[in-house]
Design a protein around this ligand. Structure first.
Ligand SMILES: [Zn+2]
Length: 477
């Protein structure tokens, strides 16, 4: 069977620029480097898209890439199919919780076809790129066809969608075995996610070849502790000992209580007692991790992946980000359920959540301001969450503007609706509190200018295909 995306030639016009074969230099009026703002910098970029050198501008440097270049934001956690669910399930029904939302998500997940998934994913990934996400870590659990029929079509649809819009992707196949801490078998709504055993799952991972960047045990409720160690051993043997491992953890208080009742420990402790928790681990949410658990994950070199918009949307709670930040913890940002796709709004929700909790201002800030500090913190953590050993896919260090890192930039100017009147020093604060993608002048991935301000014609086709998929999907929601 031939899928229609397999025959689609070329890239949509929202992606601009051709792949270079020689090194080149871009000039910016300012960059946000690891040490803060630097004025008038030239960035030399290798043909493979890696930053070679950064220095003060001199005569004869290449074309001006624009205003202020900040690191492209790696999106450390996405379930792309869920962006089609945004706005459904908002009416009050009396039992409105994470768990009732999850039931609606299952109904939807069981009905979606690979063709619909492609159109939904392409629309979502194009929005990511335009909003300043320059890489996506896709926590992919929609493995099988409808009713659990095995086949690679849904995975291929996700990969093809990312390739079509030019967004680099780290696909993390998700291991999902049980419906809860009691070890019950997955129910009908979870059929497309589930595998029968670690061996069964690792066969799926192996079949993906280099397309699998790492692996994600879904959660402690979906993966028995006995399977976890076996899974990590399987990943070590198949993908190597540095391959990233991501897991949903301590998102809901009920989940923490069930874990404690069933296993006698809270989730992060259970995880750390079961596997070696190191820098390859990203703990998604960790909203209700205890203070001791947070200290434990920090000392192990693991990081949290915060998804502030989704956590607010689902009523999860507020992660104590200020304490984690002040203690030197690492954090990445994820768009998770993709109800709103915007890295700057994730940063804003994160900062504002802390302000509302503490009834104080500037919770994730230093004397340099809040915008550049929060953005750099999340970009760097996102780069670590998405990092993989060098391979055929090219350089995989990202999240900083520094030699050796992929040349991913979000370029802001002083002509945006929310940045006008600011100098380079306060521009990131203006963007944090009020801005959106309309303030973005350009987005670069691997040194290639992929998105420019405006609304190019290519988006119309992506939107129209998404609209068609949505009309079909409405029938089951
Ligand atoms: Zn998630």
């Amino acid at each position: 069977m031939m899928y229609r995306w397999a025959t689609r030639a070329g890239r949509p016009p929202c992606i601009v620029g051709a792949v270079s074969t020689e090194s080149r230099t871009l000039r910016f009026r300012a960059i946000l480097g690891p040490g803060g703002l630097e004025r008038d910098r030239s960035i030399e970029i290798a043909p493979d898209g890696t930053i070679l050198a950064i220095r003060a501008v001199r005569d004869g440097d290449g074309p001006c890439g624009g205003g202020l270049a900040v690191p492209g934001m790696p999106n450390a956690h996405s379930h792309i199919f869920q962006c089609a669910l945004a706005g459904f399930g908002e009416a009050a029904r009396g039992d409105d919780s994470f768990w009732s939302w999850r039931r609606a998500m299952y109904r939807f997940a069981n009905s979606i076809t690979p063709e619909q998934l492609f159109d939904i994913a392409r629309h979502g990934y194009a929005r990511m790129l335009r909003a300043g996400f320059t890489h996506v870590v896709e926590f992919h659990y929609l493995h099988h066809g409808q009713n659990g029929v095995r086949g690679p079509q849904t995975t291929q649809a996700v990969l093809a969608a990312a390739a079509d819009v030019g967004l680099p992707i780290s696909l993390l196949p998700v291991y999902y075995r049980t419906a809860g801490f009691d070890g019950a078998a997955p129910h009908a709504g979870q059929r497309r996610f589930a595998h029968d055993s670690v061996d069964d799952f690792m066969a799926t991972v192996e079949a993906l070849g280099p397309a699998a960047a790492g692996v994600a045990p879904h959660s402690l409720r979906a993966v028995p502790a006995a399977d976890l160690a076996e899974l990590v051993a399987g990943v070590d043997a198949t993908l190597g000992r540095e391959a990233p491992l991501h897991i949903h953890i301590s998102e809901q208080e009920r989940e923490v209580e069930e874990c404690l009742a069933a296993r006698g420990r809270t989730p992060v402790d259970l995880l750390a007692d079961t596997v070696e928790l190191g820098s390859r681990w990203s703990l998604v949410h960790a909203t209700h991790a205890t203070q001791a658990e947070r200290a434990r994950l920090r000392s192990a070199g693991a990081r949290v992946v915060l998804c502030p918009i989704t956590e607010a949307h689902l009523g999860d709670g507020i992660f104590p980000a200020r304490e984690h930040f002040l203690a030197g913890g690492a954090a990445a940002a994820g768009s998770d359920a993709n109800v709103r796709i915007s890295p700057i709004e994730e940063a804003r929700q994160l900062e504002y959540g802390q302000r509302l909790r503490d009834r104080r201002r500037a919770r994730l800030a230093t004397e340099a301001g809040a915008g550049s500090v929060v953005w750099s913190w999340l970009a760097e953590g996102g780069g670590e969450a998405a990092a993989t050993p060098a391979g055929p896919a090219g350089p995989r260090r990202m999240g900083r503007i520094e030699p050796g890192y992929r040349a991913d930039f979000v370029v802001l100017d002083r002509e945006g609706p929310h940045t006008r009147g600011h100098d380079w020093e306060t521009l990131m604060d203006a963007w944090l509190v009020g801005g959106d993608e309309r303030d973005i002048e350009a987005v670069y991935v691997g040194g290639e200018r992929r998105v420019e301000r405006g609304s190019p014609a290519g988006e119309a086709e992506i939107r129209s295909a998404f609209g068609k998929a949505m009309r079909e999907i409405r029938r089951v929601l």
